[in-house]
Design a protein around this ligand. Sequence first.
Ligand code: NAD
Length: 472
Amino acid sequence: MRHYVGGEFDASGVPFPLVDPVTGRTAGAVPEASRELVDRAVTAARAALRGPWSAWSPGERSQLLHRIADGIEARFEEFSAAECADTGKPRELASTVDIPRAVANFRSYADLLAGRAERSWHTPTPDGRGALNYTVRKPLGVVAVVSPWNLPLLLLTWKVAPALATGNTVVAKPSELTPATACLLAEVMAQAGVPAGVFNLVHGRGPDAAGQWLTEHPGVDAVAFTGASRTGTEIMRAAAARLAPVSFELGGKNAGLVFADADLQEAVAGTLRSAFTHSGQVCLCTERVYVERPVFDAFAAALAVGAKELSGYGPMVSAAHRDKVLGHLERAAADGGEVLAGGGVPRFGDERDGGFWVEPTVLAGLPEDHPAVRDEIFGPVVHLTPFDTEEEALTVANAGPYGLAATVWTGDVRRAHRVAPALDVGIAWVNTWNLRDLRTPFGGVKASGIGREGGDHSLDFFSEPMNVCVKL
Ligand code: NAD
């Protein structure tokens, strides 16, 4: 585990332990970046902005992104294994979602970049000669990319790829809990021919450490952050001091709406996936489901059976996160919540009993203002509530501070088109969940984010349009 600064690997800094979430055992160590190292990384990124990188054409950058994607694919198994070791997620998830999506992040921005058109206008002037206006897109400069632990490589590359595509230089700080795939990425970058200083990597924690030092650094021109909403507030405060633009993908408390006209089997299977993928540790996961009263009992019973039968799921990422999730479960039970499935810690009778496991849990019967229904849990916990009218379903779904994603299950095409756009979220799925096309806008409203990424939205955020006006 090393930092990567100015094209050099660097192992300086006091190491802090990495813990295997599956067993709870210490599995390695990562060096904590000093303030001086963070400063050196930003300085290297600033210097690289003025170097040969500034003359690379979009076509050359596009080819570089493809070479990085090739480099990840060439070490696919290593990347998958590293992601599983850090997060404890099932191998199948890493090898079908995390690593392929990281590859796709580089390829899709490479392809988009190659097809980007610049706009121009012929403007009439009183002398009849006219003027030609055209836009030139310039990089923002040095971009700080700060990412979380749940989908480490996927979310890091989701921002690094478009930042490099548009000619910026990057200082990345992955989560202190999951640094391994970022280290491999730095090696791939070096082999792919990314010029020294264009991509830099520093490890460390957030507050009073690398995360804070990086995002408040005066040499950083923009911050692209994925993580908790309260961290977003801290980072925005730091960025506000120098008016640096931010792109934020933050927390959620995503709702599912199940109407009586839905294919119930499909809704149950979809909700099992949306609630329990990666043990609920995906920002898009559904944590509260509103079910039309006539099908509530049947839906709840089927979901509970499905949750009890789930196997092959992974643990929470850390002891602290496990304790937070279990705290929610204890409070829910103490306050009279019904536990339809799970609610505790699975016992394996082997070394996994030292890990950070929580059973897939289905709750019901709690009021809307209960913390388990209102707050983001980010674990394998879903709460069910019945509703009587479409209007009531929309009101409860739209309540609360978050607005990331929602899922609607219905067999009525008119209802689908009426309800989906009326949801206060960045993404609404109908009769599916987490089906993503990387060209579409991605992000949240309210406390779930600022700005949109994906496709042209990312290329727009990471570049600044400049107008040139030539009198003819
Ligand atoms: P977190 O905010 O605690 O940490 C995210 C990153 O920010 C880490 O690298 C951390 O070291 C750093 N950080 C923490 N405090 C900082 C500070 N004061 N200044 C600068 N950096 C700081 O989040 P987490 O626990 O790693 O991730 C879980 C959260 O991320 C959940 O809320 C989840 O919903 C959210 N998330 C959102 C999306 C999305 O796309 N909207 C995707 C994944 C995760």
